[in-house]
Design a protein around this ligand. Structure first.
Ligand code: FAD
Length: 396
């Protein structure tokens, strides 16, 4: 007989709460354990791709997200010398998605929407100020120990506790990969770049052998992201002077924009050696991290949670053998390595290519792809992560 203990979910970030919503929808009780005193209000990820919105629609969350976000119908590659290199219209994905666009909406809105939807649902329980220290797989159940010494028992544990994942570390699962030498700096400004850059799309990547950057419109601000060389001190990147020098790259002759937020962060490409070890499961940043070029980290985490939720529900109800959880690992880890890691590394290398020949080849390839409807459709299938999801579904 299946155990009646709830599934423990460590972390009330977007991935933990999508997993909670998916499990509760399938009749599985969950206990979410969140270290913070409330849901995080950090800006962080803000891109939602078409198939992710299709999933969120199934959870009843897409409409509210769209109402609180910005629908970005187009994406551009640009350069400072050439202007628009390639302009892509996500509308061509209307044959494969109910949401043929990119949604720019801060991830903290998703967690609030999901928590609101779940709050009065039977089977959902969340505990704040509950920092997990370790977890133990007892064979027929799991036991999680909080930093305050409390113990909580569940049928399985999902580590959705972010990149530093205590659940992953406690299970001794390696986080293989590397850290880029440069950090990324995000500067947010309420200034509307579309006023001074003709035909600017809400999502615009600038390829540049000296210093690439990208511009992203989110509600209330534009976010500009720049690479920061390894030899620049953290403190220097927080100065107005450093911000002005970065902003000067965007439009010649102008370097002064009001700055709302500055975030500097390290960028990694890492994947957990396994997403499943017995009753311990990993999803989202706990399982994989990558650079933000392409907006694939958060989306991939939601795809994990959705894939895992359905399978774990069947196992919990006793409808499937627990080997089904290995399929979660094969499918999601498989596409994380094959698609997400490969694609995000390529995105960075294309934008920063130093050799004139490589820059030219990238620009020509993108221009040609955007100009041909069939090629543009095929390209956007990859960019919006539909190909990755289709590939995962093929893995047996
Ligand atoms: C500046 C920045 C920009 C980004 N931009 C994008 C983007 O445009 N597109 C994109 O797809 N991704 C982006 N990302 C990545 C994205 O933010 C992450 O992929 C996403 O937050 C992962 O969600 P998660 O739920 O797995 O983890 P998190 O959001 O990190 O949530 C983990 C949760 O676990 C909790 N927790 C941690 N430790 C414990 C513990 N011991 N016990 C209990 N709870 C614990 C934390 O408090 C947190 O609430 C960006 C990240 C950054 C930093």
């Amino acid at each position: 007989m299946p155990t009646q203990d709830p599934v423990l979910i460590v972390g009330a970030g977007p991935v933990g709460l999508v997993a909670a919503a998916e499990l509760v929808r399938h009749g599985v009780p969950v206990q979410v354990l969140e270290a913070g005193p409330e849901l995080s209000g950090e800006m962080r990820g803000s891109t939602f791709h078409a198939p992710t919105l299709d999933m969120l629609e199934e959870l009843g969350a897409a409409k509210a997200m769209i109402a609180q976000g910005i629908v970005a119908p187009r994406m551009q590659y640009r350069s400072r010398d050439q202007g628009i290199i390639a302009d892509f219209d996500f509308g061509v994905l209307s044959d494969v998605s109910r949401h043929p666009f990119r949604l720019q909406c801060e991830q903290f809105k998703l967690t609030r929407i999901l928590h609101g939807l779940l709050s009065d649902r039977l089977g959902y329980s969340i505990r704040f100020d509950a920092r997990v220290a370790s977890c133990l797989d007892r064979g027929d159940s799991v036991e999680v120990t909080l930093e305050n010494g409390d113990r909580v028992v569940g049928s399985h544990v999902i580590g959705a506790d972010g990149a530093r994942s205590p659940v992953r570390k406690s299970a001794g699962i390696e986080f293989e990969g590397f850290t880029w030498p440069e950090r990324f700096l995000v500067l947010s400004t309420p200034f509307n770049f579309a006023e001074i850059i003709p035909d600017l799309a809400d999502v615009s990547y600038y390829a540049d052998p000296e210093e690439w950057f990208f511009l992203l419109k989110v509600p209330g601000v534009w976010r500009a992201m720049f690479p920061v060389p390894a030899d620049v001190a953290d403190e220097e990147t927080m100065t107005d002077e450093y911000a002005r020098a970065r902003f000067a790259r965007i439009v010649a002759g102008r370097d002064s924009y009001p700055t709302r937020h500055r975030t500097l962060y390290r960028v990694h490409q890492r994947v957990a050696k396994t997403f499943r070890q017995g009753r311990v499961l990993l999803a989202g940043d706990a399982a994989h991290i990558n650079n933000p070029l392409g907006g694939m980290g958060l989306n991939g985490g939601v795809h994990d949670a959705f894939n895992l939720g359905g399978k774990l529900a069947r196992v919990w109800h006793g409808e499937a053998d627990d080997e089904l959880l290995d399929l979660y690992d094969r499918q999601r880890r498989g596409v994380t390595v094959e698609h997400v890691q490969r694609q995000t590394i390529a995105n960075k290398q294309n934008l920063e290519a130093k050799e004139p020949e490589a820059q030219r080849a990238f620009r020509e390839r993108m221009a040609e792809t955007a100009a041909d409807p069939a090629k543009a459709h095929a390209y956007l299938m990859g960019v919006s992560m539909i190909n990755g999801l289709r590939r995962a579904a093929e893995i047996a």
